[in-house]
Design a protein around this ligand. Structure first.
Ligand SMILES: [Zn+2]
Length: 376
């Protein structure tokens, strides 16, 4: 009879016992954590348990500080009932690699830009151009200067980004203009591109007339409309300036018999006339001009000064050749009395000062850059 009672009791108990309870509140199955993970089981609300992390026993409140894939096995008991629960998760505190394109986006483009993203596993990418979301699988064709922000988001929620600036410029040039530019600009003496890349300060020395000063100001204003960098006439002589700010043109108004003091070794008077002005563009660093001098003869009649000053300005911008066209400011004689640039002069400045024509480029390099923009 007693035996029978025991069995009944046992059956009753078995029927009433609930599943073991485990209250884990720090990790979720399948999640990725980008910082330390503390395994925390609320002991007040849980039945007795043991923990295995990647098959090694650990204690409650264990802190995971290393990146990796983890499997936590929780075995809990309530009387004779046992429950095994497995949670897998990852700790990864590495942000995605800074996103990039290969090939890189050229800073200057013709008609369109396409994007070849370098993709990393478990990372999603998004991009905006000028603040608007874009699909990187599509070509971008809007003319102008654009800022692209590329953002990488890893599955751990960490991000990294990179910004690019690029230009789409659809300017074309006739075959004739390009070949004229190339044969005009390059010679045996000039085999590389020389140009200014920083704003230029202009200092005036010697004895210019009031008229000379106003000529300089108006010519600087018209050159500034054509150039991507600023020319600025400075007050004072600028002798105390540091070498770093020395992107400068010094204009000396002196009698031409003093030109020799500035290094001129030629004859002042030739069978073609007298030397009225001179440009001494001696200083450059791999094609980047940083210092030039202009000499204007104060014995030059005022009527010829405007042509002379403009001519010398044009030389120091990087044009060292002379033109045999009388309409060009680079025609070597002042009897043209020119006070304006010819259409070709303006085109020549435009081409030389394009963003994609870099200092020190060879004739071949320039030809290659312009090839895509050539029209019949
Ligand atoms: Zn000249």
């Amino acid at each position: 009879m007693r035996y029978f009672m025991m069995l009944t009791l046992c059956l009753l108990l078995t029927g009433c016992i609930s599943e073991p309870e485990i209250k884990i509140d720090s990790i979720v199955n399948g999640d990725i954590y980008s910082s330390d993970v503390t395994i925390h089981i609320d002991e007040n609300q849980s039945d007795p348990f043991t923990l295995l992390l990647n098959n090694h026993p650990i204690k409650n409140h264990h802190v995971i500080t290393e990146n990796g894939q983890y499997e936590l096995t929780i075995t809990s008991r309530h009387f004779w009932k046992e429950k095994v629960e497995t949670i897998t998760f990852e700790r990864d505190d590495k942000p995605p690699v800074v996103p990039a394109f290969y090939p890189e986006i050229p800073s200057m483009n013709f008609k369109e830009v396409s994007f070849q993203l370098i993709e990393e596993k478990d990372v999603t990418y998004s991009a905006t151009i000028n603040g608007n979301p874009v699909d990187l699988n599509q070509k971008f064709t809007e003319e102008g200067t654009h800022t692209l922000v590329l953002k990488a988001t890893k599955d751990n929620g960490l991000t990294s980004s990179r910004a690019y600036t690029f230009i789409i410029d659809n300017q074309t040039y006739s075959k004739e203009t390009i070949s004229k530019f190339l044969s005009f600009y390059f010679s045996d003496d000039i085999q590389n591109v020389y140009k200014w890349t920083e704003p230029i300060e202009i200092y005036i020395h010697g004895k210019p007339t009031a008229k000379d000063r106003s000529i300089i100001l108006s010519q600087v204003a018209s050159l500034n409309e054509l150039l991507p960098i600023d020319l600025k006439v400075m007050e004072g002589k600028g002798e105390n300036r540091t070498a770093l700010s020395n992107f400068r043109i010094d204009m000396h108004f002196v009698p031409n018999n003093r030109f020799k003091d500035f290094g001129f070794e030629g004859d002042l008077v030739t069978h073609k006339g007298e030397v009225v002005g001179l440009a001494i563009p001696t200083f450059h660093s791999v094609g980047k001009l940083y210092k030039s001098e202009i000499l204007i003869g104060t014995n030059t009649p005022q009527s010829e000064r405007e042509t002379t000053i403009f001519h010398e300005f044009f030389h120091v911008l990087g044009f060292y050749a002379h033109s045999d066209e009388r309409s060009s400011i680079l025609y070597p004689y002042t009897d043209t009395m020119l006070t304006k640039l010819s259409d070709f002069d303006r085109k020549a400045i435009e081409i030389l000062y394009r963003d994609d024509i870099h200092p020190n480029m060879t004739k071949k390099d320039v030809e290659n850059v312009l090839k895509v923009r050539t029209i019949e």
